[in-house]
Ligand binder design. Structure first.
Ligand code: GAL
Length: 428
């Protein structure tokens, strides 16, 4: 049974038996519910500079709405690896928080199909906000019936290759000359032989970082159309491309930090900050971590190029907040969502988070040279594909299947079983 069906049928059972009283059921781990107006915000931003970014957003909200008590209640784990389970159990028990972080797009299917996200078209999406948003992001915020159910807060780019400037210089590598994923492999071989640094900082503790690496290698080797065809489930029609990209990732794995299996993404990235690692492939939340690091400056200490072979692509990851029902604090939640959709909210959050705003009218001033360049790249990009690892491009069921495949691949780097696993993963 899929997650969606499970959620639906459990809710129906709850309704039929009348057992849906808040807090009655085992496994309920909701807030204390003492304060009816308290705004409980659940998100996973505890890593790197991400904590600073959500705190800046909450600070800005509190300035604008000083009477609303806020409970900042994170469910830590990169790319939401822990949040979804917690939220689903609370939604099942009809004890959701006021709002929670979710990728707008297919990742919302589980909730929209169960009809547990409020339509916020009238209460939050006024015409001022609607006019200011980028069209593509605006569409992601709607359910299948075209009703607004989410407020996108940011736009991250996934296809970045960050690097420590000094390490690359000492190995004589010019990153602007890396034009394909194979060039990157050659550069890592040079770094391994000419320096003491780890060629690529990476985490394999949770599957998402290797999934996104494979996504970018696939785009870099074969182009966006092939990638999108695979997302549509046509894995065997692209067998050679899928296998070659898996092989490239397996070849890269020779150059990961030895503790990749036991660290989180921001712990791996510390190697780049300390000059112990050369490259990091990661979304631009990594730049948020560089920003919060001491004495680690853009261009002189760290820099980036688009992942080799993907220069014209902006591989998009967006985060949003939603209003689950029954909502413990409807007025405060609407105020929070309106703030997330405002110029002030997006200006407070994005420069620290390492993302660009989905509103077109947020001034550049606070964004600094790196994010201003990302904004330009976004505007000039020829494609903005969604992601598997970050839940926007495939259903929750497919995503979970792909994660299963990469959990194993992360340990054995065995192409055959991974390829077969992927053909099954999309066959739902
Ligand atoms: C992504 C999310 C980002 C960042 C990243 C690492 O899925 O969209 O905002 O948090 O995970 O956890």
């Amino acid at each position: 049974m899929s997650d969606t069906n499970r959620l639906l049928s459990r809710r129906n059972v709850l309704r039929a038996t009348g057992a849906a009283t808040v807090g009655m059921l085992a496994g309920c781990n909701g807030g204390d519910g003492d304060d009816e107006d308290e705004l409980e915000i659940v998100h996973w931003w505890t890593a790197g500079g991400e904590q600073d970014a959500i705190e800046a957003l909450i600070d800005g909200f509190e300035e604008e709405y000083p009477d609303v008590p806020v409970s900042n209640n994170p469910a830590p784990g990169g790319a939401g690896s822990a949040l979804d389970t917690e939220i689903q159990s609370r939604v099942l028990n009809e004890n959701p928080p006021s709002t929670f972080q979710i990728w707008p797009g297919k990742a919302m299917d589980t909730y929209t199909e169960s009809d547990v996200l409020a339509d916020i078209g009238d209460s939050v999406w006024d015409s001022e906000m609607e006019d200011a948003y980028l069209d593509g992001v605006k569409e992601l915020a709607k359910d299948d019936d075209g009703n607004y159910v989410a407020v996108p807060l940011n736009i991250h780019r996934l296809n970045n290759l960050f690097y420590n400037v000094e390490v690359l210089e000492s190995a004589g590598i010019d990153p602007s000359e890396l034009s394909s994923p194979a060039d990157l492999l050659d550069a890592m071989e040079t770094i391994a032989s000419d320096t003491d640094a780890t060629p690529m900082a990476h985490q394999t503790q949770a599957p998402w970082s290797t999934i996104q690496l494979w996504e970018n290698v696939l785009i870099g080797m074969e182009g966006v159309d092939t990638y999108l065809d695979v997302l549509d489930g046509n894995v065997s029609a692209n067998e050679t491309a899928v296998r070659d990209a898996l092989q490239m990732v397996a070849d890269y794995s020779e150059y990961f930090n030895e503790d990749a299996g036991s660290v989180a993404w921001d712990q791996a990235n510390t190697g780049v900050i300390q000059g112990n690692a050369a490259f990091l492939h990661q979304g631009d939340w990594a730049a948020g971590q560089y920003k919060s690091a001491e004495d680690f400056e853009f261009e002189s200490d760290w820099n980036y190029v688009p992942f080799p072979g993907t220069a014209e692509v902006y591989h998009v990851v967006t985060d949003s907040f939603v209003m689950p029902e029954p909502n413990p604090s409807p007025d405060a939640t609407e105020q929070w969502l309106s703030y997330c959709g405002s110029v002030a909210g997006q200006e407070a959050f994005n420069p620290i988070k390492g993302s660009i705003p989905p509103r077109t009218d947020v001034p550049d001033d606070e964004f600094g040279p790196f994010l201003t360049a990302q904004r330009e790249d976004f505007n000039n990009s020829t494609a903005q594909p969604p992601s598997i690892a970050h839940g926007t491009g495939v259903t929750p069921e497919v995503k979970s299947n792909v994660e299963g495949v990469f959990s194993t691949f992360n340990g054995d780097w065995n192409i055959g079983p991974a390829y077969n696993g992927l053909t099954d993963a999309f066959d739902v």
